[in-house]
Ligand binder design. Structure first.
Ligand SMILES: CC[C@H](C(=O)O)C(=O)SCCNC(=O)CCNC(=O)[C@H](O)C(C)(C)COP(=O)(O)OP(=O)(O)OC[C@H]1O[C@@H](n2cnc3c(N)ncnc32)[C@H](O)[C@@H]1OP(=O)(O)O
Ligand SMILES: [Co+2]
Length: 134
């Protein structure tokens, strides 16, 4: 089912500060900030040779990462995104096996313009899993 790791996401309280650390302290190539109001976040991608880091800042009152940052004021590892060839087949297989697919199970379009779904962290070793169809 799983392909490459598409990105590893870090939730941050201050996206500009986090971007500066990756760009200036770590010398990494960073993208422009991308507001994703439908996802309640603003993101910056850190481009790496073998994957990406997605820096996430809450956007709007109902951001799904607000509670996470309330518990982790400095920020922290938020989710890992795996690539899949067929997100509907993956969803149906996982749901049939008892895994909780978040939301109503309908894939949304993510930051890369591809369909994404999220799986409940409690079903995957305390780790929020995102699937992205590539
Ligand atoms: C798609 C655009 C972009 C992209 O890559 O293209 C993105 O990745 S956007 C990323 C932001 N969007 C999401 O994260 C959507 C999916 N997330 C959710 O629906 C929520 O964050 C959810 C349900 C995972 C957690 O929501 P919330 O924190 O409000 O609920 P609880 O406090 O009840 O948490 C339940 C339970 O899970 C633990 N938890 C929460 N978040 C995480 C996490 N990121 N990693 C691990 N565990 C997490 C939380 O501590 C609670 O555990 P408990 O032991 O019961 O306290
Ligand atoms: Co993501």
């Amino acid at each position: 089912m799983l392909g490459r790791v598409n990105h590893i996401a870090i939730a941050v309280p201050d996206l500009a500060a986090a971007t500066a650390v990756y760009r200036d302290t770590l010398g990494a190539k960073v993208s422009q900030a991308q507001a994703l109001p439908e996802h309640g976040v603003t993101v910056v991608f850190v481009e790496l040779p073998n994957t990406k880091v997605e820096l996430l800042e809450p956007l709007g009152e109902a951001s799904p990462i607000a509670a996470f940052l309330a518990k982790n004021a400095s920020g922290g590892m938020h989710h890992i995104c795996y690539e899949v060839a067929d997100i509907i087949a993956a969803r149906d297989q996982l749901a049939a096996g008892g895994a909780r697919v978040l939301g109503d199970g309908t894939p949304k379009i993510g930051a890369h313009g591809k369909p994404v779904l999220f799986l409940h962290p409690k079903d995957f070793q305390g780790t929020l899993v995102e699937l992205e169809q590539v």
